[in-house]
Design a binder for this molecule. Structure first.
Ligand SMILES: Cc1cc2nc3c(=O)[nH]c(=O)nc-3n(C[C@H](O)[C@H](O)[C@H](O)COP(=O)(O)O)c2cc1C
Length: 391
């Protein structure tokens, strides 16, 4: 296997991933819902923002910050993602360990195919767990109690499903989060697996070794998954706040009014997200709605954002518009597919190194100093209303 150091960009990691994974699994990661308008918009909206650097200063930038009081070495976290165990046997534990190594936080998805106890036992944390309403309050209550007992401190409540977005490639490929890896599951990818020997060998080995270890443990995680369920309401968020002993983040907010409602229901932080363009197609790019949400909640809640972040310059732009930190989804999955935990570490190192360079070229000494004054909006020659105090 090629050294992870040979991966220089997220785009390269994506290309390698397309050669390693069976097509159906690659399409599960890569795809968005329906016409993928929102998916495309997430990335292109970052491109339409332009940075406003200062000359005549030489800085050694500080990237460290806190998110809900937890120190992180850089303002970039790993978003929850389902089926990571199928992407690489290092799975959710490998992702959590990579986050440990980079001094950041990985959010464990309910459908990551790995129990919270396992992640807590084999990585340092801080650990955050993600939940959907699927299965109803009884199932949710059991799940979050397990996560809390395992030492998870943050609960990320995903609001933008069920139902899942209309991802037609997944429907065609019959891909949906399973409870655990089985040889039968690998066989379902059989035709494609023949042309993806590296993935097939490592996944079959994982299927054999996990059969004993994982059976049973995962059943509660996905029980109820086959039943459709109602979406979380603000009343459910209040209920979750009373049940969960740690901090509560809501994910999937796209308007200022909903951010206020979430805060009033007890959310400690808001994650501006459109599920990476995988939920409702046609909603705006997250970076486009971030300013509305930051303006709505002011300093009363931390605001995080995800969707379409493939370069550290996008991280800087999000912070300029008021995000406390960002999350990445697909980029770390590419790293995982390429080289397991080491691949995720490589992706995080690419972002870290790019962010240092971006901050130096901006002439900005600290991520905490990034605000609207470091941005122009289109057209690049016009000062934006976001930066009235530009000097
Ligand atoms: C393969 C995949 C699986 C995902 N699974 C979940 C999930 O289980 N729960 C959730 O809240 N979001 C899930 N997401 C959405 C991510 O948490 C995140 O919002 C999104 O990936 C960010 O966009 P990006 O991929 O462009 O960085 C998933 C995303 C992908 C790509």
């Amino acid at each position: 296997m090629a050294s992870t150091n040979q991966i220089l960009t997220i785009t390269e990691a994506r290309l390698r991933t397309s050669r390693i994974l069976p097509r159906a699994l690659y399409e599960y990661i890569e795809g968005g819902s329906e016409d993928e308008t929102t998916l495309a918009g997430n990335e292109s909206a970052f491109r339409s923002l332009t940075l406003r650097p200062r000359m005549g200063v030489d800085v050694e930038p500080n990237l460290a910050t806190t998110v809900l009081g937890s120190p992180v070495a850089m303002p970039l976290l790993l978003a929850p993602a389902g089926m990571v165990q199928l992407v690489h046997p290092d799975g959710a534990v490998g992702v959590a360990r990579a986050a440990d190594a980079a001094g950041t936080i990985a959010v464990l998805s309910r459908t990551a195919m790995c129990p919270p106890e396992e992640v807590a036992r084999r990585s340092h944390g801080p650990h955050w767990f993600q939940i959907t309403s699927t299965g109803g309050r009884d199932v949710v209550k059991r799940l979050i109690a397990r996560a809390a007992d395992a030492g998870f401190t943050g609960l990320v409540v995903t609001l933008d499903g069920p139902p899942a977005g209309n991802r037609e490639a997944d429907l065609r490929n019959r891909v949906a989060p399973p409870a655990r890896i089985t040889t039968g599951l690998v066989a379902r990818f059989a035709a494609q697996a023949l042309t993806r020997p590296r993935w097939t060998v490592r996944t079959l080995a994982a299927a054999r070794s996990q059969r004993a270890a994982m059976s049973g443990t995962m059943q509660t995680l996905s029980s109820g998954a086959m039943r459709t369920s109602a979406r979380f309401t603000w009343a459910d968020i209040e209920w979750l706040k009373s049940e969960w002993p740690g901090q509560l983040l809501v994910k999937g907010v796209l308007t200022g009014a909903d951010a206020i409602a979430a805060r009033n229901a007890g959310a400690d932080a808001i994650i501006v997200s459109n599920h990476g363009g995988r939920a409702l197609d046609g909603v705006p790019a997250t970076i486009a709605v971030l300013p509305e949400i930051v303006a709505a909640v002011g300093k009363s809640s931390e605001v995080l954002v995800d969707g379409g972040i493939r370069r550290a310059s996008s991280v800087a732009k999000a912070l300029c518009l008021g995000a406390r930190a960002v999350l990445i989804g697909r980029p770390f999955l590419y790293g995982l597919a390429c080289a397991g935990q080491a691949g995720v570490e490589r992706i995080l190192e690419i972002f870290r190194a790019e962010l240092v360079r971006t901050m130096k070229l901006l002439g900005c000494p600290d991520v905490a100093a990034l605000d609207g004054r470091w941005l122009w909006l289109q057209p690049a020659t016009t000062c934006s209303p976001l930066c009235p105090n530009q000097t």
